[in-house]
Design a protein around this ligand. Structure first.
Ligand SMILES: [Zn+2]
Length: 334
């Protein structure tokens, strides 16, 4: 996800949300971090033809509200179910989202088909090291933030450490303090994943080689996942050869993403998973509109096409890999 800055916490559910008791409301709005603001088309795309075999969205951000119609957690889950996406993993990426995610997973109203993960996002790591967010509001230090994350990861429903890694797009590699903070945070999360025996979801933006070198130097967790994989065929091969996993988001459907499709074609389905990164990265033909797990069939269609596999076979393979990586819902083989 793009790096959100701290925003005010809504004390009450958003207007129009389903009853709070059954549907926890998101805490922040995508407009807070999306420069396109409200000028974009904020209508929800229609539900695609349901998948012939259900898959899991292994990376979304349910803490974000988006769209002209406010959807709660239960709404996203119900829409996903109708599209053949019967389980989801929601990721909390800044401290506010981390706390929201932990509280959701621990609540009585948390849907049974939902699990989660938390981490200090690399861009957030730079801000914690600096001690203030983009608006100048004070933030706790990086060590304290990681300590809180590590504590919450032992709570109910947590199945992954993520997303952590390196982002040389939003945080300049030339900013020495920011770079050092990202690297320190990444290494701490690698250690945490190993200590807790959890998979690690990696955020790698314009940082392929540095990410690979740090993973090699420290020893990658047994289950290492490149969330929203963005490398080329050569990098995909390098990851798969090391036993790592690649999760493809809606970006693989983008017209200008021939390189990404080349990466997928290179490695085939063996270590591939699917995700939305919702509400971001909406697949074609709905780019720019709100995203939710129910739109995964569009991304799965591209994955099947690129790997020259039937859609059902592709879904079965992706699901089996996802269940093995997260040891959930069942480590059944397809
Ligand atoms: Zn994300």
């Amino acid at each position: 996800m793009p790096s959100p800055h701290e925003t005010e916490t809504a004390a009450t559910p958003a207007p129009g949300a389903a009853p709070a008791a059954s549907s926890p409301a998101p805490v922040r709005s995508r407009e807070d971090i999306d420069p396109r603001g409200r000028s974009r088309d904020r209508s929800w795309p229609p539900t695609p033809e349901p998948l012939p075999f259900p898959v899991i969205d292994n990376h979304c951000h349910l803490d974000f509200a988006d769209g002209e119609q406010s959807l709660g957690v239960d709404d996203h889950v119900a829409r996903a179910e109708a599209a053949g996406v019967d389980a989801q993993i929601t990721i909390g990426s800044d401290l506010e989202a981390v706390r929201w995610t932990a509280a959701l997973l621990a609540s009585d109203t948390c849907p049974a088909t939902l699990r989660g993960g938390v981490a200090v996002h690399p861009n957030e790591a730079a801000l914690h090291a600096r001690g203030s967010d983009h608006d100048g509001k004070a933030l706790i230090g990086l060590d304290a933030a990681i300590a809180e994350v590590s504590e919450l990861l032992t709570g109910p429903g947590m199945v992954v450490v993520g997303e952590s890694g390196l982002d040389w797009f939003r945080t300049s590699r030339e900013d020495e303090q920011a770079r050092a903070a990202q690297i320190e945070s990444f290494r701490a999360h690698i250690a945490l994943a190993k200590e807790l025996d959890l998979p690690l979801q990696i955020h790698d933006r314009d940082a392929h080689q540095d990410v690979l070198e740090i993973l090699e130097a420290d020893g990658a967790p047994e289950r290492t996942v490149f969330h929203c994989f963005s490398g080329d065929a050569e990098f995909a091969r390098a990851c798969v050869d090391r036993g790592w996993y690649l999760s493809f988001a809606g970006t693989v459907t983008f017209k200008n993403a021939a390189g990404l499709r080349g990466a997928l074609a290179e490695v085939g389905l063996g270590r591939v998973m699917v995700e939305t990164d919702a509400p971001f990265l909406t697949p074609v033909p709905y780019r720019g509109r709100p995203n939710s797990s129910y739109l995964i069939p569009l991304t799965m269609a591209t994955i099947a096409e690129v790997t020259q596999t039937g859609l059902e076979e592709a879904c079965r393979a992706v699901r089996a890999t996802t269940e093995q990586v997260y040891r959930w819902p069942e480590a059944t083989s397809a």
